[in-house]
Design a protein around this ligand. Structure first.
Ligand code: SME
Length: 151
């Protein structure tokens, strides 16, 4: 972890001290949206009843559910891996909730091998996300996974 935005990760660690998980996650999306330049959407999709359902987010109205294995989010979920898509036009099956989105970073939320969903961040700029954002989102989703797994 050499490149991550430590200030944002620290802020999110503080926000996750809120007992109510939904309230905490709403604030997490606000913190990400305010701290990252040139992003037009930041939010969650959580696994529920066999699909990924829209969770707290910032940005334009979005698709309410995504099938596992579909789009960038569903693919990240099914492969349990981070997907940094530099140009969404080159990702087969990309779901264009907001046609303005050009690049997208999706990070799975995993704790002890259990996957809860994904954190999705979109940008109107091609190649917006790099190693800093990847490491930052990995650190954030690790904290969220721990929070969601806790009673
Ligand atoms: N583009 C995503 C869909 C979600 S929106 O970007 C908010 C995808 O392909 O999974």
């Amino acid at each position: 972890m050499f490149y991550m935005n430590e200030i944002l990760v620290k802020q999110i660690e503080e926000l996750l001290k809120e007992e109510d998980k939904l309230s905490a996650l709403c604030n997490v999306t606000a913190a990400i949206y305010q701290s990252m330049d040139n992003i037009n959407w930041a939010g969650f999709y959580f696994y529920k009843n066999g699909k990924l359902q829209l969770g707290p987010f910032q940005g334009k109205v979005a698709c309410t559910s995504i099938e596992v294995g579909k789009g960038v989010c569903g693919t990240s979920y099914s492969r349990k891996m981070l997907l940094n898509v530099q140009d969404v036009n080159e990702f087969d099956g990309h779901i264009a909730c907001d046609p303005d989105s050009c690049s997208e970073l999706v990070t799975p939320i995993i704790f002890e091998n259990k996957i809860f969903g994904v954190l999705d961040i979109d940008s109107k700029i091609y190649r917006r996300f790099g190693i800093e954002e990847e490491e930052t989102c990995e650190a954030i989703t690790k904290l969220i996974g721990k929070k969601l797994a806790a009673k």
